[in-house]
Design a protein around this ligand. Structure first.
Ligand code: FES
Length: 126
């Protein structure tokens, strides 16, 4: 078990509906965050891998967008995640990320929903 700090970031402004310059209703990103939080109640890593909503990770045309980040690990940004069918795959991929000392998530090992939408893989600080 790792005791490094991990975070799953979820963009809450992705897939928003705009009317007259204002956001209306619940965004796709907020819905995805809620689904993840509900699903995570039964996730073995719920106390080790916090899920945090954030406003925009600058990949707005690839919504929905999430990121995995942890101390001394690669940082990954993923997009093109459908609101209604991604939560399970995201937590599964988060578990894989958690289990790897450097966080590496090779294409062949990632769940189907996270195979194509990779937007960034950023090296650790050290
Ligand atoms: S609105 Fe989600 S990345 Fe910009």
């Amino acid at each position: 078990m790792s005791n490094k700090q991990h975070t799953l970031f979820v963009c809450t402004t992705c897939a928003s509906t705009w009317q007259d310059g204002k956001r209306v209703g619940e965004s796709g990103g907020q819905q995805l965050l809620q689904q993840l939080q509900e699903l995570a109640q039964n996730w073995e890593l719920r106390n080790n891998f916090p899920i945090q909503g954030v406003e925009c990770m600058s990949a707005c045309n690839r919504s929905c967008v999430i990121a995995f980040a942890a101390q001394d690990k690669l940082t990954y940004l993923f997009g093109d995640l459908p609101v209604d069918s991604s939560a399970e795959a995201i937590l599964q991929c988060a578990s894989q990320y958690y289990a790897k000392p450097d966080g590496s998530l090779p294409w062949s090992e990632r769940p189907q929903a996270l195979k194509k939408g990779i937007l960034a893989k950023i090296p650790p600080l050290n």
